[in-house]
Design a protein around this ligand. Structure first.
Ligand code: UDP
Ligand code: MG
Length: 323
């Protein structure tokens, strides 16, 4: 379907990184869903510096279907940034990011559009179940969601991925957020707007392996927490206050005891414990300041969020987030 920019109703954004075994099935399923919906659409694939022949097969699809467009990034920037690049170029009145590994069923798109037409600006897809994930991943995800909802002033809905429908006005709002550290779940929640959810069963990855490992997930969690909460930064003043108070009480007790009972040398154990404990606490607090400071430094450098190597089917004069 070849339509003028103004008339595109739906933009699908697919971040792709080394997904060549999934691409045929992905387009099969998406195209058959979209062709039944009877609306104008574009599918923007953001190739996030893939090292297999993902880009080649995306380009083949672009040649066959003009509604399939490709952004090729200059290197691997990570999913969140690939998604942001897609949002920058999307022209639809409604925008749906979807994973390339078919964990997000394209068959839900119709349902999302129906809700959107009812007047909602954001329609989440909430996972009813997580198939194909180990108990450890489920447990860590659970802990993360509990922690972040406990300390973030903005409620971040749990068990929702990036698979959701966004109205154009939400995307415009997202583009006004200049931060480099893009914790999408949080940003989506931060913008507000009229939101609703639909439930779905998340299927296991179709082919290939996940690009996440626990180290990446840990850093992702840190990004999320530091960009949506100042609690870890502020807690140290209170802890310090409590510790000083305790130290004062204990100190007074020691002075009094020395005055009354005279000098009493033994006490190696308590000395060691106090020094080690306080040293640990100080290092943790310094580390946390470092986490925030490092992120401030990253933001201050004002580097572009991503670099585009080549565009297929898209015009380069879009205004990227970072400008
Ligand atoms: N992805 C990406 N850049 C990356 C890693 C992943 O664009 O550096 C894409 C990937 O191709 C897929 C989506 O992000 O379409 C989700 O990745 P994955 O399935 O590995 O994550 P999970 O579903 O396990 O959270
Ligand atoms: Mg996946």
């Amino acid at each position: 379907m070849n339509s003028t920019p103004e008339r595109i109703e739906l933009s699908i954004i697919v971040p792709v990184y080394n997904e060549s075994p999934n691409i045929d099935t992905l387009f099969n399923r998406i195209l058959s869903v979209l062709n039944e919906l009877n609306l104008t659409y574009e599918i923007i694939c953001v190739d996030d510096g893939s090292r297999d022949n993902t880009l080649m097969s995306l380009m083949n699809y672009h040649l066959r279907y003009s509604s399939i467009k490709v952004i090729s990034l200059s290197r691997n920037f990570g999913k969140e940034i690939a998604l942001s690049a897609g949002l920058d170029y999307a022209q639809g009145k409604a925008i749906i990011p979807i994973d390339a590994d078919l964990q997000d069923p394209p068959e839900l798109i119709g349902e999302l559009i129906a809700k959107w037409r009812e007047g909602y600006d954001i329609v989440y897809c909430k996972r009813r179940s997580r198939q194909g994930e180990t108990w450890l991943k489920q447990l860590t995800a659970d802990v993360f969601y509990r922690l972040i909802s406990g300390i973030s002033p903005i409620p971040i809905p749990r068990d929702t991925g990036d698979f959701r429908l966004l109205d154009q006005r939400v995307v415009t709002a997202l583009k006004q957020m200049p931060e480099r550290n893009r914790f999408m779940k949080g940003l989506f929640a931060w913008v507000g707007f009229k939101q609703t959810e639909i439930l779905y069963d998340r299927s296991p990855r179709y082919k290939g392996i996940t690009k996440w490992n626990y180290w990446k997930l840990w850093n992702f969690a840190l990004d999320g927490i530091t960009s949506f909460s100042l609690v870890p930064l502020k807690v140290w003043s209170y802890l310090g206050l409590i510790l000083s108070l305790l130290a004062f009480i204990y100190g007074s007790f020691l002075i009094l005891r020395t005055l009354i009972l005279g000098i009493d040398v033994p006490g190696y154990a308590s000395l060691m414990v106090t020094i080690l404990f306080l040293g640990g606490v100080q290092l943790i607090s310094l580390g946390i300041i470092g986490e925030y400071l490092g992120r401030v430094y990253q933001e201050v450098k004002q580097r572009p969020l991503y670099l585009v190597r080549e565009l297929y089917g898209l015009s380069p004069n879009r205004i990227p987030i970072s400008s």
